[in-house]
Design a protein around this ligand. Sequence first.
Ligand code: MTE
Length: 320
Amino acid sequence: MRFIDKTILPGDITPQAVFENRRNLIKAAAAGSFGMALAPWFSREALAANPEKLSAVLNQAYASKDGLTPYKYVTTYNNFYEFGTDKADPAEYAHTLQTRPWTISIEGLVKKPVTLDIDALLKLAPMEERIYRMRCVEGWSMVIPWDGYSLSKLINQVEPLGSAKYVEFISLADKVQMPGLKSKIIDWPYREGLRMDEAMNPLTLLTFGLYGEVLPKQNGAPVRIVLPWKYGFKSAKSIVKIRFTEEMPKTSWSQFDAREYGFYSNVNPQVDHPRWSQAMERRIGDPKGVFAPKIKTQMFNGYAEQVASMYAGMDLKKFY
Ligand code: MTE
């Protein structure tokens, strides 16, 4: 595992806005319970990495009690195959991604299809900060403060037709900007999908930032979705198209291997991946490193209260 350590130059000055935002987060943290975990990311290194601030207010309903994963790990241990398959590749190569101008086209079975400029999308609803546990299908997890608003706010604007049963998310695929596209591991562009009720669930976050700053490119700038009750690969990055469909859309990973990756991909410790167990997970960035004890994975990643009713009566071994 390689991590990129940003060298701090003597001239690096913390922008006041960024500092203020972090101070607000610390205040919120003191009111909550993740106090001690803040120290590692409250560093000059993290502050210098991506200084463009987003003004987001911490939503206490989603203030996880788990300690936050330090910014350094959130932004250097990534899966973004468009920039390579090594965890360190996205942080190293995603600088070639052009995030302005950027438009996102909302199309398919809606009354009001629209192409929105990213800056208009940013202003569509008030920005919230939510601390979500994230569980990757590979067995590791992180706890990340994401900034965005519920995807439902955008969906309501375009007025889906009654025939719209699913929503498809399509990521940018541009060979010039994305060196990983040379590899045929995925049938590009990267695609993901949700059932309509999943897309409308208040937990589903249209995400523009993390740690109160605009998304680093390696984390899917300028806009991605975040679905904390599903394995990480459902959270498509750098989205350029959202399409409403009647049929269940094909998704990149289920096309890659349908036996290993299903459409739903809800975090479920009782349904093993064909090649490994999903019962336990390893928290990235734990100060004890490889000696850190593994923790039990929770059903729906601990979000059963908010999402279990959407799957009532479904055989989750069959619909994995
Ligand atoms: N989106 C695109 N476009 N390409 C990808 O390779 N990887 C997925 C998901 N979204 C991926 C993607 C996987 S496997 C994971 S675990 C998460 O992004 C990782 O998000 P993070 O790097 O911000 O933690």
